[in-house]
Design a binder for this molecule. Structure first.
Ligand SMILES: Cc1cc2nc3c(=O)[nH]c(=O)nc-3n(C[C@H](O)[C@H](O)[C@H](O)COP(=O)(O)OP(=O)(O)OC[C@H]3O[C@@H](n4cnc5c(N)ncnc54)[C@H](O)[C@@H]3O)c2cc1C
Length: 436
């Protein structure tokens, strides 16, 4: 193993791996490593999500322009990449339903946002209840938003392929390797791996997902921020439900002020169906099992009580939401009933198998408020990507270009090749598309 690197990316999720892909094309002479504690890339959230390549209709262009742009262009980029590599990508669209007049008003707002975020009028439209009935007879709703530019994929497969490309261009992937300590030593980072080995790097990119706040705190960055973790659980539907609807169905969220949606009816890229995810508060970014949550309970509670999260957990609406979600974790029927409101044909007794849960880490500010957008922090020897949540997988490729371009503009990185080809794309073309 080389012990000196020019740049180290912490986190081999879809974001860290996508960053490495573009860096491998721009900086061939540099020693770059991706450090991932799990045995494979996309082992955590990036490989445990709903697998949708989202159309950007849920994002207010006034507040989340960059995220919306990344989702819009991410769709085209993953589509092209999947075609070239023969990877799963199904353009199957999505339907978002409202259950009452208030919800329909929200759908109307989504329609406007979708168009402002780049969707063409033929790609997104509102359907009345009776118009929807003709297409999807089993769905019960007040109205629906039909979006054609939405797709299904398997992000684990996409991330592994991106890793393979990056490795071929010289990026080192250190798997099963946890960053356990980081210190500034004589103007370089001394990074301890698995409590025993040491490497050195001039620069760090923190793409550590649910641990990105902890990594930032280790180097004295973002001390005013903390995070709360939510486990999104899924239930698998039996084969007989594979044709219950033609497309996946989402519903207008009950608590739109919080950064997660209500459980959906999901058609996966392989044609199987699932219900989920909910958002159950847990104590670790890897709190899939009770044992991990018990281990992290006391440290996380102490951290929350000493930070802005204290205000969030004492907030009445947050408590109501948390109780709702915990109920939906403890009782299968409480979760499935939320989907039965718009798909009444589902028989809860026929749903017996759990799917793979994924964990979302939401950043909370010093006032106890959920930070609505991604947080990017430049420091002289490090760059931190915090709160990189949905639709993070959709936008990972263009978002990585945005970050690398920012590092180039700020003088932290150099683009060694003018107008570089990065796989099937030209770097400067993507920069132009996503500039806001
Ligand atoms: C339930 C759920 C459903 C979702 N559905 C969708 C969807 O349908 N479409 C969509 O676009 N987005 C979806 N998302 C969002 C999307 O999955 C995330 O935005 C994206 O995966 C984040 O990628 P990441 O690389 O930042 O994080 P991660 O995938 O969490 O990767 C970070 C990596 O860093 C590693 N790491 C952390 N600390 C260390 C350390 N100290 N040392 C070494 N390694 C470390 C971790 O092991 C991890 O593998 C969903 C999210 C959830 C939770």
């Amino acid at each position: 193993m080389a012990h000196n690197f020019d740049l180290v990316i912490i986190g081999g999720g879809i974001l860290g791996t996508s960053l490495s892909f573009f860096l491998s094309n721009l900086n061939e002479s540099k020693q770059i490593a991706v450090i991932e504690q799990a045995p494979d890339v996309a082992f955590h959230t990036s490989g445990r999500n709903t697998g949708k390549v989202h159309a950007p209709y849920l994002y207010n262009p006034g507040k989340k322009k960059m995220f919306a742009k990344a989702a819009y262009h991410g769709y085209d980029m993953w589509k092209k990449y999947s075609e070239i590599k023969n990877l799963p990508f199904k353009e199957d669209g999505v339907i978002e339903v409202s259950r009452d007049q208030k919800g329909t008003k929200i759908l109307e707002k989504y329609l406007i946002w979708g168009i402002e975020n780049g969707l063409k009028e033929e790609e997104i439209k509102i359907l009345t209840k009776s118009e929807l009935k003709k297409i999807e007879p089993e769905i019960k709703c007040h109205a629906a938003l039909q979006v054609h530019r939405d797709a299904s994929t398997d992000y684990s497969i996409l991330t592994r392929s991106i890793m393979k490309d990056s490795k071929q261009k010289g990026i080192k992937f250190l798997l099963d390797t946890k960053v356990t300590d980081i210190r500034n030593k004589d103007g370089k980072w001394k990074i301890t791996l698995n409590h025993e080995h040491e490497i050195f790097s001039n620069f760090i990119i923190n793409a550590a997902g649910g641990e990105s706040i902890d990594i930032a705190h280790k180097v004295n960055v973002a001390k005013n921020l903390t995070d709360v973790h939510f486990r999104g659980e899924y239930w698998k539907a039996p084969k007989e439900y594979n044709n219950l609807t033609k497309t996946s169905v989402y519903s207008v969220p009950e608590f739109p002020d919080y950064p997660f949606l209500d459980p959906h009816w999901i058609i996966r890229v392989n044609g199987t169906c699932e219900i989920g995810p909910n958002a159950v508060p847990v104590f670790s970014p890897y709190g899939y099992k009770r044992s991990e949550n018990i281990k992290e309970f006391i440290p996380k509670i102490l951290e929350m009580l000493g930070s802005g999260a204290r205000k969030a957990i004492f907030d009445k609406q947050f408590q109501e939401l948390a109780i709702n979600e915990i109920q939906s974790s403890m009782s299968k029927s409480a979760m499935i009933d939320r989907v039965k409101r718009f798909l009444p044909k589902i028989d809860t007794d026929k749903i017996t198998e759990k799917g793979t849960a994924g964990i979302r880490s939401s950043v909370i500010d010093e006032n106890g408020r959920f930070v609505p957008d991604v947080v990017l922090i430049d420091d002289s020897m490090s760059f931190h990507i915090l709160n990189y949540n949905s639709p993070g997988a959709t936008g990972a490729l263009p978002f990585s270009v945005h970050i690398i371009n920012r590092l180039i503009e700020n003088g932290y990185l150099r683009n060694e090749k003018e107008d570089s080809e990065c796989g099937p794309w030209r770097f400067s073309d993507i920069v132009e598309k996503i500039s806001v």
